[in-house]
Design a protein around this ligand. Structure first.
Ligand code: UD2
Ligand code: MN
Length: 613
């Protein structure tokens, strides 16, 4: 009615203000169209900004001009790993064989917080172990009539990690299910790398689009930009350092086709950030604590004892955040993301609460597996130097948690003074969608969460990657024991202090096999997990992350491999102790009694030749 009226006025030529009003009206109509889930949303100022940005991005994507000037990335294919996943090949790729390797490795850790040297050497294609439970394998999928837009946002990503993800999707997904892959470069600052990625993408793929945000948005708004450009029926979000596994997409889509308000998450397998090994994750589900930190929780007993465990969907109170699929129209209907959130953090709990409280469901699909490089630190900051995780979490607490937000504020008192911006849009979204209360969510979706002060046993693991719960971690299995002898001097490795002193360095000493205590001091136990335990007490470890020389030390055994993993390799006829995490070999700094053991380039020199007997 109002529209018709304004049209009439225009015909009579009542100028600029009305034309402006009409333009806005049109824009809002366009927005409503993109959110075609019956109930249109109010167009806020922020949404208008997004829209403007969106048209800019569109323009940029469409004028694909001459390639940018930068070195071309060679299409690297490591033949040894394309067909068969092989850990010893992987380990050998990690060997630092000279100063160039060392630089590539150090720069990689600095920029990406994972071993970029190994990632580059693996190349753009590799096989990964099929980590699904047997019940998921060898199934024939019924026809699926949904297609997807896969959205991958990145800020300063290593080209080989990102391109291996893209190739893994193309290699392991039926073509008709992938309408497009949208790579959103969130204004990366390492220009050469983003230029190389862009040129490679333009030269090698048809259905991969690369778009760039006009300025750094952070992963939350970057995802919404990507989603606004997408046209597939289902949106799939992935982090930029993932590799998809066999038949990963079909189980996700089948679930969504049964119920379009189900949001589905694959099991996130672990790609080791030091060695790039691909490891199966245990079945756990998403939770959180009152500090609003995400946690991996043990499954409740009824799920754990289900005979179909491993192939049946698992209801999950929250998601980790990076990898999930949902219908595109449902994504828009449910309010996309909170555009007031910056850079990193909190959006995963926000979308999880919103899904459950506003009528949807969140499930982990064990038959779908995708590997992700879990890094020890985030290799980037944010332009304003603020703690965006805290700010974003405050928005979550104030919009979604009702009176339970007090628990959060108690846990993180620093939050009291943080400005979290305007949340009125999100509050009206919650009303508009008639979402349930946070109490309902706690009672029905996450009754296992104890309130502060309760003494329920914890079901959480504090690790940032999915972990087997402690009670299931087995005792180390010893495969052999003996003395570690330095060949050319015939000296033995032992602690410089008592055998139970943590952090003690390791030195060469005269081999002592006379008294029992002497034996113990030089008796090493090699375990199934490639640990070397002195007297079955402490593990041979290295100082990681240190610049310059790194020494071998004895540390508490953690059973996670990593810096406590030691492999015997051969070089120039000598047998060396190689530590895959550092890419280096155990080396005697001085070939005499008291000489410390350090880590050095694996050359096969006499300082590095050891045996175990
Ligand atoms: C986890 C999630 C991540 C996100 C985050 C909380 C998984 C596997 N990962 O942390 O997706 O939900 O928790 O916010 O569940 N990026 C940008 N712009 C930025 C910063 C990051 O595009 O300003 C990209 C980044 O390149 C990466 C993705 O966003 O592809 C996620 O970032 P991350 O890998 O640092 O987050 P992660 O895995 O530590
Ligand atoms: Mn990540």
């Amino acid at each position: 009615m109002r529209k018709r009226l304004s049209l009439k006025c225009c015909l009579f030529g009542i100028g600029i203000p009305l034309t402006l009003w009409m333009t806005l009206n049109l824009v809002s109509w366009d927005m409503k169209l993109s959110a075609d889930w019956n109930q249109p949303q109010r167009l806020t100022l922020r949404a208008r900004k997004t829209l403007l940005l969106r048209s800019k991005v569109k323009a940029q994507a469409e004028e694909k001009g001459a390639p940018r000037q930068c070195e071309e990335i060679p299409e690297v294919i490591n033949k040894a790993l394309v067909k068969h996943y092989n850990t010893s090949v992987l380990h050998s790729l990690g060997i630092v064989s000279g100063p160039e390797d060392q630089i590539a490795r150090d720069e990689g850790y600095q920029n990406f917080a994972f071993n970029a040297l190994v990632s580059d050497k693996i190349g753009f294609h590799r096989a990964v172990p099929d980590t699904r439970y047997p019940k998921c394998q060898d199934v024939t999928f019924p026809a699926i009539n949904l297609d997807t837009s896969i959205i991958v946002c990145f800020f300063n990503e290593q080209p080989s990690a990102l391109l291996r993800l893209v190739h893994s999707i193309i290699d392991r997904t039926p073509q008709e299910l992938v309408k497009e892959i949208i790579l959103v470069d969130d204004s990366s600052t390492l220009d050469d790398l983003s230029c190389q990625i862009e040129n490679y993408v333009n030269q090698h793929f048809n259905n991969v689009r690369l778009v760039r945000t006009p300025e750094r948005q952070g992963l939350i708004r970057a995802r919404v930009f990507g989603a606004n450009l997408a046209s597939g029926q289902v949106l799939v979000f992935l982090d930029s350092h993932c590799e998809v596994n066999t038949d990963w997409l079909e189980p996700l889509l089948l679930r969504i086709s049964h119920d379009p308000t189900t949001v589905v998450v694959p099991v996130i397998d672990i790609i080791n950030h030091d060695t790039m090994e691909y490891q199966q994750s245990p079945l756990v589900r998403g939770g959180f604590n009152w500090g609003l930190h995400f946690s991996w929780d043990r499954l409740p007993d009824n799920e754990k004892n289900d005979p179909d465990l491993g192939s049946k969907p698992i209801l999950s109170p929250t998601m980790a955040g990076g990898l999930f699929a949902m219908k595109r129209d449902y994504f828009h209907h449910l309010g996309e993301y909170d555009l007031g959130m910056d850079i990193w953090g909190g959006e995963n709990l926000e979308i999880s609460f919103r899904i459950w409280m506003c009528g949807g469901k969140l499930e982990i699909i064990p038959c779908s597996r995708v590997g992700h490089i879990f890094r020890k630190r985030r290799p980037y900051g944010n332009p304003k130097g603020r703690d965006t995780f805290l700010k974003n979490s405050l928005r979550v607490a104030n919009v979604w948690m009702d009176k339970y937000k007090e628990y959060f504020l108690k846990q993180r008192p620093q939050a009291q003074v943080v400005d979290y911006g305007d949340i009125s849009d999100r509050i009206s979204l919650r009303k508009h969608l008639s979402c349930k209360s946070f109490k309902w969510y706690l009672d029905h979706v996450y009754p296992e969460l104890s309130l502060p002060g309760d003494v329920k046993p914890s079901n959480k693991s504090s690790h940032h990657q999915p972990m087997k719960s402690k009670d299931k971690r087995k005792k180390p299995v010893i495969v052999r024991h003996g003395r570690i002898k330095h060949v050319s001097t015939n000296l033995c490795a032992q602690s410089e202090k008592e055998i139970y002193t943590k952090k003690a360095l390791v030195t060469l000493a005269r081999c002592n096999d006379e008294s029992l205590s002497g034996q113990k001091a030089q008796l090493w136990f090699e375990t199934e997990k490639n640990q070397l335990m002195l007297a079955q007490l402490l593990c041979l470890d290295i100082e990681t992350g240190s610049v310059g020389k790194s020494y071998a030390r004895l540390m508490k055994c953690h059973g996670l491999g990593g810096s406590q993993g030691w492999l015997w390799i051969k070089k120039n006829g000598a047998s060396l102790l190689y530590n895959p995490v550092s890419g280096k070999c155990l080396t005697a700094t001085a070939t005499k009694v008291g000489g410390y053991l350090s880590l050095d380039l694996c050359t096969g020199a006499k300082e590095q030749a050891f045996t175990m007997s």
